[in-house]
Ligand binder design. Structure first.
Ligand code: ATP
Ligand code: MG
Length: 326
């Protein structure tokens, strides 16, 4: 049996090149080597208020972006989290084996909590639901960006704790990070990671941005006071631009050094913008085709959920039996 892979994205905001290079690109690369489930995690999205009609539209958009990136729904299951009630059911059972101290230590929780006066319980519980998403399918590999590595460690801890309390039940998953692009930084501020929830107009390149917007955002990217690219003293903004170029091009470290050493920042930005646009234009064309086909996406998502629901239901049955319920 092939190792199972699970990963997902929140249908919030606009998917950006960080999401693509950190996760989606890897999914496409490994989809034929493993049994993959790619999820649109709408139950995670609602940990922050989402305007309902907007959320519905974003769920469809996210699914279409997976397919436009090259996920083949005949090979991988593409599904929406809330279509399969077992996610929420298992999350409760895992909540009951998770010390609250483990959750309060999560960096993302601390950062999100610091931004709000009143913190929703969902923000704290989020990583338990994420553990449930993964463990429900007994996934062995979870390809994500670097910001999710801590949540993956927590998933491993929860799986191990459950196994030690109730006997061997769950696969303990491994994290798979890309070698280049695991943490793309904000173009306006290279000290913070690029995020859908950051609102600055020149923070991110969205996957559906038109070419002129992409170029403008990259040309405005924050760099440093060096006259040109110096690999020994380059600041975070310049390194981020080089990483974006390298991740899209697939070039080696040596090739990047040879191409860019001494280059003026204006020229570097032009090269990066050309590279990003060359990749996103055909991607956007596929996106337009996918969304113009009536009923196609709905069919993909229905079929995806139908395909994997039996696995999820089997796990919930097993967990209930182990815990003495059902
Ligand atoms: P939000 O601000 O809503 O949390 P996000 O940009 O962090 O949005 P998520 O939906 O939380 O996006 O994450 C989807 C996937 O993209 C995860 O695998 C995550 O690790 C990855 N990812 C997110 N941001 C980056 C980034 N800047 N660089 C690399 N990977 C990223
Ligand atoms: Mg995030």
């Amino acid at each position: 049996m092939k190792t199972r892979v699970f990963s997902g994205m929140q249908p919030t905001g606009n998917l950006h090149i960080g999401n693509y290079l950190g996760a989606l690109k890897n999914w496409v690369r490994i989809q034929h080597d493993y049994e993959c489930i790619f999820c649109i995690v709408d139950l995670h999205a609602i940990t922050m208020f989402q305007e309902p009609t907007q959320l519905k539209a974003k769920i469809a958009e996210t699914a279409a972006l997976y397919l436009a990136a090259g996920i083949d729904p005949k090979v991988s299951a593409v599904m929406v989290q809330s279509f399969v009630p077992a996610h929420a059911e298992l999350a409760w059972m895992l909540t009951c084996v998770t010390p609250v101290g483990w959750l309060e230590r999560m960096t993302q929780y601390k950062m999100k909590a610091a931004k709000q006066e009143s913190v929703g319980d969902g923000i704290l519980q989020y990583p338990v639901l994420m553990a449930a998403d993964i463990m429900l399918y007994q996934a062995g590999i979870v390809p994500v960006g670097e910001d999710q590595a801590q949540h993956l460690e927590l998933t491993r801890d929860i799986a191990q704790r459950f196994n030690s309390l109730y006997g061997d039940t769950f696969v303990v998953p491994d994290t798979a990070l890309p070698t280049v692009g695991a943490r793309i930084m904000g173009l306006d501020d290279p000290t913070v990671k690029m995020s859908k929830s950051e609102t600055g107009a020149y923070h991110a390149v969205a996957l559906l941005d038109p070419p002129d917007k992409i170029r403008k955002t990259i040309m405005r990217a924050t760099t440093d006071s060096n006259p040109g690219v110096n690999f020994d003293s380059a600041g975070a903004g310049v390194l981020n631009l080089l990483t974006i170029y390298q991740a899209f091009s697939g070039a080696t470290d040596q090739e990047i050094r040879a191409q860019f050493t001494g280059m003026r920042y204006g020229d570097l930005k032009k090269r990066v913008a050309d590279m990003v646009i060359a990749h996103l234009e055909p991607f956007q064309e596929r996106y337009r085709q996918i969304v113009s086909e009536p009923g196609y996406l709905e069919g993909v998502l229905r079929e995806g959920a139908e395909r994997i629901a039996p696995i999820a239901n089997d796990t919930v049955r097993l967990v209930k039996a182990r815990m003495g319920m059902g």
